[in-house]
Design a protein around this ligand. Structure first.
Ligand code: FMN
Length: 336
């Protein structure tokens, strides 16, 4: 979870027998190296580092910001005491350099969002490491299997954060975990990791029953003290119900699920599409940063899945332990 993970969270999960994962898409190579060293100081267990596909870093030179969107962003800048709206600068990657760090550091599992390229899979395998990637449709899962990914994450539409969609229209790729996982399991030759709306033992066992080899949980760990999210986001999550999350493209230019707020409401009310990803994200970056400093939820990107109402505020190690114990108990009760 880019922007929400810390080395402490990653290590707590890996030390507890899970595979802790660091969302590293926005990290410059030197920052990334330092984060890996911090994780290694806290755990000697395998862990995962996640990148975004390099294709998602490219700015569209032909894209222009509509007048209404510009006026709205300028108003926000004024309201928050920010200066002029400046030209957007790159926010991700460069993925090639990030990947070189991960390979040099021998990160055991490297994952991608928004697809993965064949030469990256080959480079990771040549280094003796594992590669996984998210899929939101059967077509994407089959594509990743054919590329040689070691496992496929089936990301259902309940999931918090960006939809990992990389083939076709995202609205067609809004497939719930319940429907997506068994069909991906039937279609691919590698283990499937179920993601989206899994918050407790009930979700874990349901996904096992659907054929998943493992589950990936994001939102469930946002309530942990080790997660790196601002307090205002944490407070909003605690009070939220599933109907308060929405998939929107206005925050970053790509579809992502998060808690609805003033920024999303205002931007969605405008005519015209947002800037393509990652321009829209870069343009709204100053607003998000200031809002986080001010504890203002109006302008934050508060990614969250539909399972938000089941959030527990426990230290990560305790949450993981509770999930394991509760899953064992539930399984025993189910087969009784
Ligand atoms: C705050 C947040 C940030 C996320 N950032 C990333 C990311 O950087 N890379 C990625 O592959 N997935 C990211 N995701 C999606 C997760 O990998 C996963 O698909 C999702 O959390 C699963 O659904 P759940 O949130 O209902 O557990 C993020 C999710 C959240 C909630």
């Amino acid at each position: 979870m880019a922007g929400a993970c810390t080395p402490a969270l990653v290590a707590a999960i890996s030390n507890g027998g899970g595979l802790g994962s660091l969302g590293a898409a926005p990290m410059k190579p030197d920052v990334l190296r330092a984060q890996i060293q911090k994780i290694r100081a806290l755990t000697d267990r395998p862990f995962n580092i996640n990148l975004f596909a390099p294709a998602s870093e490219q700015f569209d030179p032909a894209a222009t910001l509509g007048d209404a969107a510009r006026a709205l962003l300028e108003n926000y800048h004024q309201e928050l005491g920010l200066g002029e709206l400046t030209s957007p600068a790159g926010i991700y990657g460069p993925a090639e350099e990030q990947l070189a760090v991960l390979i040099a550091e021998q990160v055991p599992v490297i994952s991608f969002h928004f697809g993965v390229e064949a030469h990256h899979v080959a480079a990771i395998h040549a280094a003796g490491l594992k590669v996984i990637c998210s899929a939101t449709t059967l077509e994407e899962a089959i594509h990743l299997d054919a590329l040689g990914c070691d496992a496929v994450i089936a990301q259902g539409s309940e999931a918090g954060g960006h939809r990992g969609t990389f083939i076709g229209d995202y609205q067609r790729a809004m497939i719930g975990t319940m429907a997506l996982v068994p069909q991906v399991v039937d279609a691919v030759s590698v283990p499937v990791i179920a993601a989206g709306g899994i918050m407790d033992a009930r979700g874990i066992l349901a996904c096992k029953a659907l054929g998943a080899g493992a589950v990936q949980m994001g939102t469930a760990f946002l309530g942990c003290p080790e997660s790196g999210i601002p307090n205002v986001w944490r407070e909003q999550l605690k009070a939220a119900s599933p109907s308060q999350t929405a998939v929107t493209t206005v925050m970053s230019g790509k579809p992502a699920r998060g808690l609805a707020n003033r920024y999303i409401q205002d931007m969605e009310a405008l005519e015209g599409a947002p800037m393509p990803y990652p321009l829209q994200y870069a343009l709204s970056g100053a607003i998000r940063k200031k809002a986080a400093e001010q504890g203002n939820s109006d302008f934050l990107a508060m990614w969250s899945g539909q399972g938000v109402g089941m959030l527990r505020e426990l230290p990560a190690a305790e949450l993981l332990k509770a999930l394991v114990t509760e899953t064992q108990t539930l399984l025993a009760n189910l087969v009784d």
